[in-house]
Design a protein around this ligand. Structure first.
Ligand code: ACO
Length: 369
């Protein structure tokens, strides 16, 4: 049975920075309150030209470059997002077209901030079953589009960004080990965007009362998060046959420094073993774990052979943890490959001609049907 290794990683963040001071001019809050209660100093906000798919595509190209593979090598793309481009088509399909992954199947996965862990696990299980060899897993968010910048309870928390992993099959033992996925839908109302789905399509009343924005009971979510982070980390470690002492690093969902500190206390692990970068990006939901991992690798805190746990929680309520031995590129690239970024212009041209061809088919053959 092949093992599923994490062989590529990447991140992409919008350039625009929204600081705590900026927010203090918009709502009744202060830099001090936000830093003390959350640890966040600033977050990134997508420009009008950026979207979950455009951020996700940039992160994907980086991850492919790291893995040393081409978009056309991919068999499957899974995109986790709480702010997808549309209800349908999937953001994964849009990214597939943008990066020129012509052979890959693509679908979105919705498990809020836990989604990236669910997605790695689904990608890894597809590899373990032998049905695919290369999977791109993306976490991409533009939650600023669903954030009410008049609501101080939520607008201080969220930021935009994307991260991606490449998973590849190898007979070499290692890679993704034990994972746990949990859900408790009885807590669905604690964190929700009430309107815009099939239960409550957006109407004038909904728009007027902000039902298309994030609504959150912060205290309940906080209580839930501090309960499940340590518990699920331990479950994933035990399932992998490891001990907590074996862990080099825990990469937690970057929601609030106090939640991460509570997890560290619960596990009796030093905070140095938890990678934290939420002060600069805020809570980027499902993108936070691949962004944090990419930075941890960049600064040398994660190296090949290290035993890691990714752990997160979010709306649903959902929570999940996954243990993995860090691999890096499977083998040094001996042959020169085309840079994955160079597929993007070609993919745009190909996509344009496909649309034209479909339109012409409609004109010439459509009426016969
Ligand atoms: N600035 C100043 N005061 C504020 C602000 C603010 N931005 N927000 C709330 N307050 C006030 C409240 O109104 C309250 O005032 P009151 O006592 O007069 O009523 C007081 O500060 C304390 O409010 P609490 O809600 O008790 O503050 P708390 O310490 O719980 O912090 C927070 C709030 C940061 C939201 C915290 O509860 C939290 O982080 N919860 C988890 C949220 C989370 O992680 N959500 C994302 C999940 S991931 C996903 O799926 C998207």
């Amino acid at each position: 049975m092949p093992y599923a290794h994490i062989t590529g990683w990447g991140m992409h963040l919008p350039a625009r920075i929204l600081t705590n001071e900026d927010l203090a001019k918009m709502v009744d809050t202060s830099d001090q309150w936000i830093r003390e209660r959350t640890g966040i100093r600033e977050r990134r906000i997508a420009s009008e030209h950026e979207s979950s798919a455009s951020l996700g595509a940039e992160a994907s190209v980086q991850a492919l470059r790291m893995a040393g593979i081409s978009p056309t090598d991919l068999d499957l793309i899974i995109c986790s997002s709480s702010s997808p481009e549309h209800i349908f088509p999937s953001t994964a399909s849009i990214i597939q077209d943008k990066i020129g992954a012509t052979r890959a199947g693509a679908f979105d996965l919705s498990a809020a901030c836990s989604g990236f862990i669910y997605a790695i696990n689904m990608g890894a299980q597809s590899i373990r079953s032998g049905s695919v060899k290369s999977v791109l897993v993306i976490g991409a968010e533009t939650l600023s589009r669903f954030t009410n910048y008049k609501d101080r309870n939520t607008c201080i928390l969220f930021g935009d960004g994307a991260g991606a992993f490449v998973l590849q099959a190898s007979e070499k033992p290692g890679g993704v080990m034990g994972a746990v996925m949990h859900s408790d839908g009885s807590g669905a109302d604690f964190l929700t965007i009430p309107a815009g789905g099939s239960k409550r399509p957006i109407d004038e009343v909904g728009l007027h009362t902000g039902q298309h924005f994030i609504h959150m009971d912060g205290k309940e979510v906080f209580r839930f998060a501090t309960r499940v982070m340590a518990q699920s980390t331990l479950e994933a470690v035990t399932k992998s046959g490891w001990k907590l002492e074996d862990l080099k690093m825990v990469v937690p969902h970057q929601a609030n420094i106090r939640i991460i500190e509570a997890a560290a206390r619960g596990l009796k692990m030093p905070m140095e073993k938890f990678f934290v970068n939420l002060e600069r990006y805020g809570n980027t939901s499902t993108a936070s774990i691949p962004i944090a991992t990419t930075e941890a690798v960049q600064v040398g805190k994660i190296r090949p052979g290290d035993k890691l746990v990714f752990v997160g929680f979010g709306a649903g309520l959902t929570w999940a943890a996954l243990a993995a031995e860090w691999t890096g590129p499977l083998e040094p690239q001996t042959t020169r490959r085309i840079d994955p970024a160079l597929y993007q212009p070609w993919a745009r041209v190909r996509s344009f001609f496909r649309r034209v061809l479909r339109a012409l088919e409609g004109i010439f053959f459509g009426r016969q049907a």
